[in-house]
Design a protein around this ligand. Structure first.
Ligand code: SAH
Length: 348
């Protein structure tokens, strides 16, 4: 595989262009073209000769949108093709305050969570920083006439969640490079506050992330209230205890001043009766956190069942009465098939 320009910082792009004996401003033209989601060949300000030279070493387009699925509620789902032919998926959710894009960080995943389709065939490979960024540049370009926000924050894709396929903290270096690049003032310039990173709870990496000085929204997939039950659906629970995850979250809060989030997928007969609600209250009451309850997206290869809506609201009500800040995530885009790796699987 050739190298990927979108992996580079602006300074690195300048160094590269200077190394070709070109003037500095060519780097700006190149970098701005890439930020607009263009392939190298489509950047009209660069000479044909320079583009040829660049393409000897670098990919013209590290990823392409292979297919878009449109939901009646406005949600869009994408299948992206990488330069090596691998397929990843993504989602764009349209809210009143802006567009939130869900991006993948790995092809497949090796965490083995029982409810998740991304992990069924294990990890294929990590995505590079530029492959993660390019998912956003492409979708942002697709919607370039729907720019929202003001000044430096004006763009179509206003929020990003690292909740697609893959475990972001299992691809730590690339993900941190991606975060620095997307937040960079001479790059895409997104505020870290508009980015959420979801992890199954890789404790040492959570501490490491707290030191990076990137004030994003840290979200942990909890899905259980004790370690033994958690290990039934999440093998990672054998390596890291809930108590240690909570300590790492607390540390994240101390370091960044940002409250943290938990995801809790409601799985019938597994984690969502009254006793579980009470255990969750006991675990999290008084902590600077918010709980996102998620409806299970049933995966046909697994026999886990979603909780009915009435029971889901009852569970939410009990958490709220117990003093927790919690919401039940709205279900959108249901008419265009599953998410969480199901789209890619059905394609493959
Ligand atoms: N590896 C990261 C990001 C994964 S996806 C993590 O574990 O957090 C984001 C969220 O979707 C996680 O909370 C994950 O547990 C959840 N999820 C995965 N498959 C799901 C499914 N079939 N139904 C509902 N939620 C699912």
């Amino acid at each position: 595989m050739k190298k990927i320009l979108q992996d580079l910082t602006f300074t690195e792009t300048e160094e590269y262009i200077l190394s070709l004996g070109e003037k500095k401003f060519r780097a700006k033209q190149l970098y701005e073209g890439l930020l607009q989601g263009k392939s190298v060949t489509a950047i009209s300000s660069l000479s044909h000769a320079l583009k040829e030279r660049i393409l000897e070493e670098y990919e013209n387009e590290p990823i392409k949108i292979k297919h878009t699925f449109y939901s009646s509620d406005g949600t869009e789902k994408y299948l992206f093709e990488l330069a090596d032919g691998n397929i990843i998926e993504g989602v764009l959710m349209k809210y009143k305050y802006g567009y939130t894009q869900c991006v993948s960080t790995q092809v497949g995943c090796r965490m083995g969570c029982k409810f998740c389709a991304s992990t069924l065939n294990g990890l294929v490979r990590n995505l590079t920083a530029g492959e993660i960024l390019s998912q956003i540049l492409l979708v942002n370009a697709l919607h370039k006439d729907e720019v929202q926000g003001k000044g430096a924050q004006a763009r179509a894709v206003t929020n990003v969640v690292l909740m697609g396929s893959g475990e972001p903290l299992d691809n730590y270096e690339n993900v941190v490079r991606f975060l620095r690049n997307i937040c960079s003032e001479n790059g895409f310039g997104m505020s870290a506050r508009n980015i959420s990173l979801s992890t199954c709870g890789l404790v040492p990496k959570m501490y490491q992330l707290a030191e990076e000085n990137i004030p994003l929204n840290l979200t942990v997939s909890l899905h259980a209230t004790d370690d033994i039950s958690r290990a039934r659906t999440m093998p990672v629970a054998k390596a890291y205890k809930i108590a240690d995850i909570l300590k790492a979250c607390e540390y994240y809060f101390e370091k960044t001043g940002r409250r943290y989030y938990f995801e809790y997928t409601l799985i019938a007969d597994e984690n969502c009766d009254e006793a579980h609600a009470d255990a969750l209250i006991k675990l999290l009451k008084g902590k600077p956190c918010h709980i996102n309850l998620i409806r299970l997206n049933e995966v046909k290869e697994r026999d886990l069942k979603a909780l009915g809506d009435k029971d889901a609201y009852r569970f939410l009500g009990r958490l709220e009465k117990g003093g927790l800040s919690a919401t039940l995530r709205r279900q959108i885009g249901v008419d265009i098939g599953g998410a969480c790796g199901q789209l890619r699987n059905s394609y493959l």
